[in-house]
Design a protein around this ligand. Structure first.
Ligand SMILES: Cc1cc2nc3c(=O)[nH]c(=O)nc-3n(C[C@H](O)[C@H](O)[C@H](O)COP(=O)(O)OP(=O)(O)OC[C@H]3O[C@@H](n4cnc5c(N)ncnc54)[C@H](O)[C@@H]3O)c2cc1C
Length: 130
């Protein structure tokens, strides 16, 4: 989910620097810049959660909750980031000729396989409340 979101964001950063509306690239609009900054921040947070869970596993420490938190956060983040990317491509975001439509569709599986979102929440809550 990290790589998928990063790929969508990379494509989108290039696209919004090329696409012009009202006589300027849409990346010049502060509203668009803020959305990209939010997406990049959430992506980085997910990446660090994943690295932290991997670090704990490598050190043979308990990584159950950190891994569940990483999966929960990353799958939601990927949906949100790829959804923003579709929005920023405008009408082209909906078309299969452009890459972000597939990133968006593929992001949905992250909340389902390898433990659904509800299962991650259950795992986290069970440990926190035991
Ligand atoms: C593309 C793809 C690849 C897959 N690859 C694999 C694979 O390689 N290996 C493998 O073993 N499986 C794989 N799966 C299966 C996947 O792991 C399951 O689809 C997933 O675990 C959800 O199970 P389910 O489809 O039976 O949904 P259900 O168990 O019917 O769940 C449906 C909904 O109900 C919720 N729910 C169910 N029980 C509870 C509960 N007790 N409390 C709260 N909410 C609950 C779920 O969170 C979900 O939102 C794959 C699925 C897909 C779509």
């Amino acid at each position: 989910m990290i790589g998928l979101a990063q790929g969508a964001l990379d494509h989108t950063k290039s696209y919004i620097k090329e696409r012009e509306q009202f006589g300027q690239p849409i990346s010049d609009f502060q509203g668009v810049q803020f959305q990209i900054a939010e997406a990049a921040t959430n992506l980085e947070a997910s990446r660090l959660l994943v690295y932290n869970a991997a670090r704990l596993k490598d050190q043979s420490k308990d990584f159950l909750v950190p891994a569940a938190m990483a999966k929960l956060h990353s799958s939601r983040m990927a949906q949100n980031v790829t959804s923003l990317c579709v929005d920023l491509y405008g009408g082209y975001g909906f078309a299969s000729e452009y890459p972000v439509e597939k990133y968006y569709r593929d992001s949905k599986i992250g909340t389902i396989y390898e433990g659904t979102t509800n299962m991650q929440l259950q795992t986290i809550a069970k440990v926190l409340l035991k």
